[in-house]
Design a protein around this ligand. Structure first.
Ligand code: DHB
Length: 314
């Protein structure tokens, strides 16, 4: 019997990638030495820490904690400012084929527009991830939960920036909200959507101290990891149905090959790994890649497109 070895190649926003696995923005991608390790890892692409115009120190520590089935964080957008990441992307372009996506998260509409104008000037930059879903800045609501504001921002974004723009979305929990966001996104040439950011404003208590486990925002923070896998899969699958022509990046609760397989079944073309990368480090890519390849082989698939979106229903 002819046994063709499977591969994990994919395409994202029209770009061919060697693997469908990559980091989630925010994890191991703030400093150059981390980003360089990601460039050299067995992943298909890299996304930078969401950036602002200027350097930010972020929220006070402790601002991240591992918890039994995942993580909670309220980092507060610590980053080195957009120019640092654009310089890094310039450097990488000279020595590697790895796609490096610039994530941006201005603290206001106006800042996002300024960031997009600057990003638009870069020669090396190929793809932007516009973050509509940072939950950790006190007093700043997540743009993705305001459909009018999302439309307004996207309108301006595509006016000032000609580069491909994907968007990072918060999780939605109501069918009407999926429809509303899909109808906004449908009106723009979105390069991809990434579902989902952390579930915002969870609260975790330290049983020894009866106090919150993280310090910022009175202990409230974005929840990631296995807790959010069902929500992530639902968001991937619902937007796959509502936006059939938009690439979907699945993010949420991917610990192993089976989790990645399930995201692809739901419609993901690419999978981002956040909490697991934070907890296990860069070697998680090779492990999850091998586990996913084994599942493909067992099921007789040779590529992810053979089962992407083919979720069974009972
Ligand atoms: C931060 C957290 C997020 O979930 C996000 O999308 C952007 C920034 C942060 O706290 O740094």
């Amino acid at each position: 019997m002819l046994n063709i070895l499977p591969n994990l190649t994919t395409t994202l926003a029209g770009k061919a990638l060697q693997s469908c696995l990559m980091n989630a923005s925010g994890v191991f991608c703030t400093e150059k030495d981390e980003l360089l390790q990601l460039v050299n890892a067995s992943s298909g692409a890299v996304v930078t820490k969401s950036c602002t115009l200027e350097y930010r120190a972020g929220n006070p520590s402790p601002r991240y904690a591992d918890i039994p089935f995942g993580s909670i964080n309220s980092m507060g957008l610590p980053n080195n400012g957009i120019q640092y990441y654009l310089n890094f992307i310039d450097e990488v372009e000279k020595q590697s084929d790895k796609l490096v996506i610039l994530s941006i998260a201005g603290l206001s509409h106006q800042e996002n527009i300024e960031l997009l104008k600057i990003a638009n000037q870069s020669n090396a930059l190929q793809l932007i991830e516009l973050n509509l879903s940072c939950p950790n800045i006190a007093g700043k609501p997540q743009t993705g939960y305001d459909f009018v504001a999302s439309r307004d921002l996207l309108q301006k974004a595509f006016e000032v920036c000609q580069k491909p723009i994907g968007v990072k979305l918060p999780p939605y929990f109501d069918m009407v909200h999926f429809d509303e966001m899909a109808s906004v996104l449908n009106d723009f040439p979105i390069a991809y959507i990434c579902c989902v950011n952390s579930i915002g404003n969870g609260l975790v208590i330290d049983k020894n101290t009866d106090a919150t486990i993280i310090k910022p925002k009175n202990g409230f923070g974005g929840v990631g990891g296995l807790y959010i896998k069902p929500t992530a899969l639902a968001n991937v699958n619902k937007f796959y149905e509502l936006l059939p022509h938009v690439d979907i990046v699945g993010c949420g609760g991917v610990q192993n090959g089976q989790d990645a397989y399930e995201h692809i079944l739901c419609g993901a073309s690419m999978i981002q790994i956040g909490t697991t990368l934070w907890q296990q480090g860069i070697s998680c890519f090779a492990r999850i890649e091998n586990e996913l390849l084994q599942i493909l082989q067992q099921k007789g698939y040779t590529s992810i497109k053979e089962f992407k979106g083919k979720l069974g229903r009972i």
